[in-house]
Design a protein around this ligand. Sequence first.
Ligand SMILES: Nc1ncnc2c1ncn2[C@@H]1O[C@H](COP(=O)(O)OP(=O)(O)OP(=O)(O)O)[C@@H](O)[C@H]1O
Ligand SMILES: [Mg+2]
Length: 247
Amino acid sequence: MLEVKNLMVFFENALAINDLSLEVKAGEFVGIFGSNSAGKTTLMNTIAGLTLHKQYREQRKGGERITIVGKILLDGEDIMLIKPDYRVKKGIVLCRERHPVFKDNTVHENLLLGGYLRNGREVKESIEFVYDLFPALDRLKGRKSGLLSGGEQEMLAIGMALVARPRLLLMDEPLLGLSPAMQQEVVRAVKRLSQEGLTILLSEQYARPIMPLIDRGYVIENGTLIVTGTGEELMDNPEVKAAYFGM
Ligand SMILES: Nc1ncnc2c1ncn2[C@@H]1O[C@H](COP(=O)(O)OP(=O)(O)OP(=O)(O)O)[C@@H](O)[C@H]1O
Ligand SMILES: [Mg+2]
C-alpha cells in the first residue's frame, strides 16, 4: 500500500531522514521506533505531506530551508508532490504527536470537524464507532475539549483521525506523556483497530507495549534505519533489547 523509497529530508544542512526506505502492506501494523530526534515526526509529517506544505510556505517567504528527496508511493502512485488534504482524501490520515484539538469546541464538535472531507452519513457512522472504541468519549461528548485530560485529548485526537476514514492511519507517538492506565487504553484501541483490518504505521519511543503487537518494525537513529524485522525478530535483537527493554 505505502512505499517509501530512499527518502532524505534536510532542514537547512541538517539531515533529518537519511536514505530511508520502508514499506507498509495493506492490513499490516508497522512500527517505527527511535529515541528523541531520531526522525519519527519528520518521517510521519513527510508521508502525510506536512513537510512539503512547510517547504512551500517557506519558499514563498523567500527561504529554501527544507529539501525532500526520494519517493513516496501509495498503491504504486507517486504522491510526493500531493498536498496534505488530497493525501487525506486518498486515505492517508495522520494523528499528530500531541495532536491539537479545538479547545473551545465540545468533544462531539471536534469529531464532526475530523470528518470535514466526508459526507454526513459516513461521519455519523464513524463517530458511533469512535464512541464504541472509547466509551469515555461518549460520556464526555458535550464537554469542551480544552477541559479534557491529556489522555482524553489523545483519545479524541485518534477519534478525529478515524472520522476522516483512513485507509492508512499514521500515528506519531500516541503514548507520549500518558499515564500507564491511559497508555493501556490507547494500546487496547490500536490493537482493536489493527485486528479489524486497518493498516497502521505507528511511531513510538516507548516500544514495550507496541512491539509485541506489530507485524513488522523499523528502528531508526539519527534518521537512519538501524534494524528491521518482524515484531519477534526485533524483540530478540540484542541491540533492540538493550535500547528499548533495558535487558
Ligand atoms: N522544522 C525543523 N527545522 C529544523 N530542524 C528540524 C525541524 N524539524 C525537525 N528538525 C530536526 O530533525 C531531527 C529529527 O526530528 P524529529 O522531530 O523528526 O524527531 P523525533 O524522532 O520525532 O523526536 P521526538 O521523539 O523528540 O519527537 C532533529 O534533529 C530535529 O531537530
Ligand atoms: Mg516526534
